[in-house]
Design a binder for this molecule. Structure first.
Ligand code: G4P
Length: 284
């Protein structure tokens, strides 16, 4: 997906989310578990105001489990219910319904006390591109897409996905934009593959990745590339990895751009293990 970050696009995204907000009881804010801060848009608070929200840390299967647990605790201390899932695993998604029920428990109790019949919770998914919005919607949908033109305030084209008896999910997610202004955020989104566009060149990404790993996961660097810390200048580390993997040009010189690609690919494909790029300690 090509992402363009013009003010017009942002305004449109904001309008679309605001419009659909009226139809739902709760917003599912989908974030990348590897980037629980960098994959959020801080303006969402301003867009959804008091609407109830569930934070869903998706792609938890690729993230560092210890960090994921700490992030869930961090968000809950800030008053947001949070749940970690892997959208490729339909069974695990049951936790989403349960968590949504928890968030709305008080409101549903009040409705019951007023004698209103309990109904399915209506939700919409929002998140930046590539966090897994479509994957989650498709997994939850199975065959349960219901065209509902007869619901008050719902246009004919609006579709709700029935997830069991308890949940109805709007089939169109709200697309947010990442906060690119911060260079480090851009680098984290790019190095994990969360953003496919080439916002940084491969060499810079590889260097960013190596530095990050040296600070937060030095053992993984050692295990994968047999290095104890990075060289200064860093070209020495590139030489080492190039020789180790035999990445050479026809004349025998190290092919640095191929080494950069290898490092970034290794990070994205979990060859350096499950990684989280936002460390909770840096945000406390
Ligand atoms: P979006 O609608 O928010 O833009 O995201 P989308 O569902 O298209 O998902 C983006 C990529 O992330 C997809 O991979 C999808 O399979 C993958 N994905 C989504 N949820 C999960 C998850 O919980 N765990 C894992 N491991 N992957 C998930 P893709 O189309 O193959 O692209 P890519 O793999 O080249 O990034």
């Amino acid at each position: 997906m090509t992402i363009q970050w013009f003010p017009g696009h942002m305004a449109k995204a904001r309008r679309q989310v605001t419009e659909n907000l009226k139809l739902v009881d709760i917003v599912f804010e989908l974030i990348d578990a590897r980037l629980p801060m960098s994959s959020r848009n801080p303006m969402l608070d301003d867009i959804i105001h008091q609407k109830k929200r569930l934070l869903i840390l998706n792609k938890a299967d690729m993230a560092d489990e210890t960090q994921t647990k700490r992030w869930i605790q961090f968000f809950e201390e800030k008053g947001h219910k949070a749940v970690a899932v892997n959208s490729l695993d339909s069974k695990g998604l049951k936790r989403v319904t349960k968590a949504a029920e928890d968030v709305l428990a008080e409101k549903w109790d009040r409705m019951r006390k007023k004698g209103l019949k309990p109904r399915a919770i209506r939700a919409m998914i929002v998140g930046i591109p590539n966090v897994g919005k479509s994957t989650m919607i498709n997994r939850l949908a199975k065959k349960n897409i219901a065209r509902t033109g007869n619901m008050p305030g719902v246009t004919k084209s609006q579709q709700w996905i029935k997830v069991g008896k308890e949940l109805e999910l709007l089939d169109t997610p709200g697309i947010l934009w990442p906060k690119f202004e911060d260079q480090r955020v851009g680098a984290k989104l790019a190095v994990t593959g969360a953003i496919k566009d080439a916002i940084m060149n491969m060499d810079d990404l590889a260097i960013f990745g190596l530095n990050f790993l040296e600070t937060y996961y030095p053992q993984r660097l050692h295990e994968r590339y047999q290095i104890e810390g990075l060289t200064d200048p860093i070209v020495g580390t590139f030489d080492h990895i190039g020789k180790l993997r035999n990445i050479k040009m026809s004349g025998g010189d190290i092919d640095y751009s191929m080494v950069s690609e290898l490092i970034v690919r290794d990070i994205r494909n979990e060859h350096l293990g499950k990684l989280t790029f936002d460390f909770v300690e840096d945000y406390e």
